[in-house]
Design a protein around this ligand. Structure first.
Ligand SMILES: Nc1nc2c(ncn2[C@@H]2O[C@H](COP(=O)(O)OP(=O)(O)O)[C@@H](O)[C@H]2O)c(=O)[nH]1
Ligand SMILES: [Mg+2]
Length: 471
């Protein structure tokens, strides 16, 4: 088999020693200065006075002296991780002093004077990647973990950090390599009367790999949701209790509620988390004809928000009969991820059987699930939350570990699928195997780029520069 064509040379481990403050900016109980590179220990010893010699993975007390007078400014705990058993794979020293910005900045300045250079954002992780300590999906997962806003997001990131995605891609990749090897052999021995792989077998191979990738590509639906969250538009006629329910869901009085119809004119937006998924709630102006200019603009904006939202919650007043325009609204939500709340259920329900049930209104074709709520007493708000959470988690129903969590990963998988599609076409058109192989290699390259085996310099730069400094 010919060597993989575009395997980029992994950079040899950098010769420069880098330094950065790894704890967040500002004052804190502890602040950590991190150094990584061949001179990390040597430079550290110029910054602090060790009370005992450094030892791999052992915390050691040290004094932080003022450079001019040599007088002690602070105490620090210094930990050295000897290469290759460190986060970066290089010699790495962490100086944990008190979280005083002036002391930490002084340490960095001294390190620079001693020959270190400032780390770029994400450079510690980039070095970990370049030294083979982790693949690209694992590096991205570290960023996701740091940026997680919910525990669920953190959990997904942790799975990826353990290589779940790479493991999931592995079988498809193996299979692809196997096919490439078969075809390469067929070509090499073609003149020696060795049977060339039959077309049917090639197609089976390609379809198996495509099928695996298809499932993976589908996991992006869930991955995107975990990552970016969803937008929920709360819509309905004026005065049905949209703002009250909005406040209930947020558990605070955010939107203004009055008995006066047309109170909400502008969009009110707030973030919350539901079942670990970030959710952006938008309270809207009630739909009605109005001659009032501000309200009319509000109504128009509300319609736009409804059109763009990932989820819709239609609120109706359950104590009065359903109106024709509400019925139309329900119909327009058919096929979308939407729920209805029959609100004001603390009042006698007077809308017949239409909305008085917790089940889909299945006889009337726009089957929208209805939950009875009272924003006044809080009754049914828990069920509404559950129903929303179900609606968020169900489509895609992806819970297998190893999902695509960013667009870069999705594009790589889609690129591989496209290349396989072209390969299949080539078989159908009985194009020579040399040409077919080009498509297969293109697919392999895409899968390799997922884990970072073949990823161009500028893509790597883009990824790591999105990290914070000191990570
Ligand atoms: N009895 C009762 N009144 C409610 C309920 N929800 C809202 N209201 C009242 O209905 C009026 C309109 O509420 P609001 O949230 O501003 O409705 P919006 O115009 O749809 O945003 C206010 O007077 C609320 O106090 C409910 O569940 N039960
Ligand atoms: Mg309102």
């Amino acid at each position: 088999m010919q060597p993989h064509p575009q395997t980029t040379e992994r950079e040899s481990i950098a010769q420069e020693t880098i330094v950065a403050i790894s704890t967040p900016p500002g004052r804190g109980g502890i602040g950590i200065v991190r150094l990584s590179g061949p001179h990390a220990t040597e430079i550290s010893e110029k910054l602090v006075r060790m009370r005992a010699p450094m030892e791999h993975a052992r915390a050691r007390l040290a004094d932080v002296p003022e450079p001019e007078t040599g007088e002690r400014l602070d105490e620090a705990v210094v930990t050295w991780f000897a290469r290759p058993n460190s986060y970066t794979g290089e010699d790495l020293v962490e100086i944990a002093a008190h979280g005083s910005p002036v002391v930490l900045e002084m340490l960095v300045r001294l390190a620079l004077r001693a020959g270190a250079r400032l780390a770029r954002p994400g450079e510690f992780t980039e070095r970990a990647f370049l030294s083979g300590r982790m693949d690209l999906t694992e590096a991205e997962a570290i960023r996701d973990l740091i940026e997680a806003q919910t525990l669920y997001q953190a959990r997904v990131a942790a799975e990826q950090m353990g290589g779940a995605l790479s493991r999931r891609v592995h079988p498809a990749k193996e299979k692809l390599v196997e096919l490439i090897a078969l075809l390469e052999a067929g070509i090499d021995f073609a003149e020696d009367d060795v049977a060339v792989t039959p077309d049917a077998e090639i197609v089976t191979f390609v379809d198996t790999v495509s099928g695996e990738l298809q499932k993976l590509a589908k996991s992006w639906e869930h991955g995107r949701l975990v990552h970016a969250g969803l937008r929920l538009a709360i819509v309905g006629r004026p005065n049905v209790g949209k703002s009250s329910l909005f406040n209930r869901l947020l558990e605070r009085e955010r939107a203004i509620v009055t008995a006066q119809p047309g109170t909400t004119r502008d969009l009110v937006t707030e973030r919350m988390s539901l079942g670990g998924i970030p959710l952006e709630l938008v309270d809207t102006a009630g739909f009605r004809e109005t001659s009032e200019e501000a309200e009319a603009i509000g109504v128009r904006k509300s319609r736009e928000v409804l059109a763009d939202a990932d989820l819709a919650l239609l609120v109706v007043d359950g104590s009065v009969p359903l109106r024709e325009d509400e019925r139309e609204l329900m119909a327009s939500l058919a096929g979308r991820r939407a729920l209805a709340a029959a609100n004001k259920c603390d009042l006698p329900m007077d809308n017949g059987d239409e909305m008085a049930l917790e089940t889909p209104v299945s006889e009337a074709p726009p089957a929208l699930r209805v939950v009875r709520t009272s924003a006044l007493t809080g009754e049914g708000v828990g069920s509404l939350r559950d129903a929303l959470a179900e609606m968020i988690h169900n489509p895609g129903g992806e819970c297998e570990p190893g999902i695509l969590t960013n667009l870069r990963q999705f594009e790589a998988v889609r690129g591989a699928m496209d290349a396989l599609g072209a390969a299949r076409q080539a078989v159908a058109e009985r194009i020579p195997h040399e040409m077919l192989l080009l498509h297969l290699y293109a697919a392999l390259r895409q899968l390799d780029s997922l884990t970072g085996e073949t990823t161009t310099e500028d893509v790597l730069n883009r990824i790591f520069s999105s990290f914070c400094i000191g990570k």
